[in-house]
Write a protein that binds this ligand. Structure first.
Ligand code: ATP
Ligand code: HSE
Length: 322
């Protein structure tokens, strides 16, 4: 039983020490050309982690991407997201031990920060099972509060293609299945690009004609990705973000231009510097991969698929003797 505090309000019971959850979250590619801060696609590259409620403190062990680079205390982005949820639901957090095995490249435009945030939020949801209900809509809300825009976190949570928007109630989403003819290529460079830097290059106002241009292309893109892949080249044109960021990533800009000149629907993936190609058939994807490999710069051409499952959290049975 939980005792009432001095105000007479009964605080929620805490999370039992020893409870463990397993979390798996996909990489994402946001914007998809014209859908700035709106469209996103989940990719079949995943971070996985185990999170345990402990007596005290926050400890993070990282294997794979980010090992030796990201913080291993409560300032780690996954830990921050987890603690944010406890704060929002008004439950005192237990100690936390996070063991992460990461595969999503950082700062490349494959949604690593959005994935890390969703990892922390889903871990909190799993640890809070039976204590406080955290719905899928809450997961989207808490993740967007930290990421600042919903276009990466929505596909990381729900999988597939997502349209995300924000109204007076908070972030919302619609998930869609991608046409089976669409195949994906992501060209990943050595260089990184911080999303914060990329966003600082955006103007606060754009010409009305450019806004109309992007409205038409983003509406068309939803049709192209779900029904009519032959329209992908026209549907991935953009005037709202890529031109403003091009000077910060000239090699990305040159690769997008070369691929598009050869008829491939290439766009900057997220805030860059990776390039996403939405190919309308597997042969076109291989031709695009050859263009990527022929560039003078070092690009890693990754043939990927759409993740349709989205982020998951599962309880890990206790190994302690009953
Ligand atoms: N698994 C993780 N654990 C801890 N910190 C992470 C993790 N993944 C990403 N980060 C943090 O997020 C930063 C990258 O975020 P940033 O938004 O700049 O790029 P991105 O999310 O990879 O790309 P984009 O938003 O364009 O898709 C990393 O440098 C690191 O500080
Ligand atoms: N919509 C975001 C995606 C990257 O986080 C941007 O382009 O800034």
């Amino acid at each position: 039983m939980t005792a009432a505090d001095a105000t007479g309000v009964t605080p929620p019971a805490g999370v039992p020490v020893g409870r463990r959850v397993h979390v798996r979250v996909p990489a994402t590619s946001a914007n998809l050309g014209p859908g700035f801060d709106t469209l996103g696609l989940a990719l079949n590259v995943h971070d996985e982690l185990e999170v345990e409620a402990t007596e005290s403190g926050v400890r993070v062990d990282v294997t794979g991407v980010g090992a030796g680079e990201v913080p291993t205390d409560e300032t780690n982005l996954v830990a921050r997201a987890l603690l944010h949820v406890f704060d929002r639901v008004g439950v005192v957090p237990p100690g936390i031990a996070i063991t992460a095995t990461n595969s999503i490249p950082h700062g490349r435009g494959m949604g690593s920060s959005g994935a890390a945030i969703v990892e922390g939020v889903l871990a909190a949801k799993g640890l809070l099972e039976g204590v406080v209900d955290v719905s899928d809509e809450d997961v989207l809300r808490y993740a967007t509060e930290l990421e600042g825009h919903p276009d990466n976190v929505a596909p990381a949570i729900f999988g597939g293609l997502t349209i995300a928007w924000v109204d007076e109630t908070g972030p919302r989403h619609k998930q869609l299945a991608v046409h089976r003819g669409v195949s994906l290529l992501v060209a990943v460079p050595e260089a990184t690009m911080s999303t914060t830097l990329a966003r600082s290059l955006q103007p606060t106002e754009v010409p009305h004609a450019d806004a109309v241009f992007n409205l038409s292309r983003s509406a068309l893109l939803v049709a192209a990705l779900t029904q009519s892949p032959e329209l992908l080249l026209d549907a991935t044109e953009d005037r709202l973000h890529q031109i403003y960021r091009a000077s910060a990533m000239p090699e990305t800009s040159a690769l997008v231009a070369a691929l598009r000149a050869a008829g491939h629907a290439a766009v900057v993936s997220g805030a860059g510097p990776s390039v996403l190609v939405l190919a309308s058939d597997p042969a076109a994807r291989l031709e695009a991969a050859r263009i990527v490999e022929d560039r003078p710069e070092a690009w890693h051409a990754r043939l990927l698929a759409v993740d349709i499952r989205g982020g998951t959290v599962e309880p890990v049975p206790s190994t302690a003797a009953a």
